[in-house]
Design a protein around this ligand. Structure first.
Ligand code: 5GP
Length: 114
């Protein structure tokens, strides 16, 4: 049995988080170290390490999660735009081994990312 990730502990309410959205498939909460005025993490409740670890059956939850991201953006009135980022693996900067989507907004975001 591997140790729970920090995100699994948030799902299980073992550690606190500023949760702003929840449905059957996912949970969204504010990032503890925000990189923009709005920085929210959207995670599947299912323990999936990364995009690279998705299984065919996970298509049943990925569509709802994308729609949840849209709904969260509406809930937060991100009318001027937002960026959705998914870091996959060490070279992409993934630190937490539980699939997550960053929603970043509230300032002009440069491109390309670092
Ligand atoms: P990654 O680099 O894996 O794509 O992003 C992980 C994100 O999780 C980082 O932006 C980091 O600030 C955030 N994070 C790490 N630990 C916690 C925590 O305990 N609570 C919250 N709310 N965010 C966290």
């Amino acid at each position: 049995m591997t140790d729970k990730t920090i995100f699994k502990k948030i799902i299980d309410r073992e550690i606190p988080a500023d949760i702003i959205y929840e449905d059957a498939h996912c949970l969204a909460f504010r990032d503890i170290n925000p990189q923009a005025p709005t920085h929210v993490l959207v995670i599947p409740k299912k323990e999936i390490v990364s995009l690279d670890d998705l299984e065919d059956e996970d298509q049943a939850i990925m569509g709802p999660i994308m729609l949840a991201i849209r709904n969260i953006a509406r809930q937060l009135n991100l009318d001027h735009g937002y960026r959705v980022v998914c870091n996959c693996g060490p070279e992409a900067g993934q630190e937490v081994p539980h699939l997550h989507f960053h929603i970043l907004a509230g300032r002009a975001l440069t491109w390309p990312p670092g």
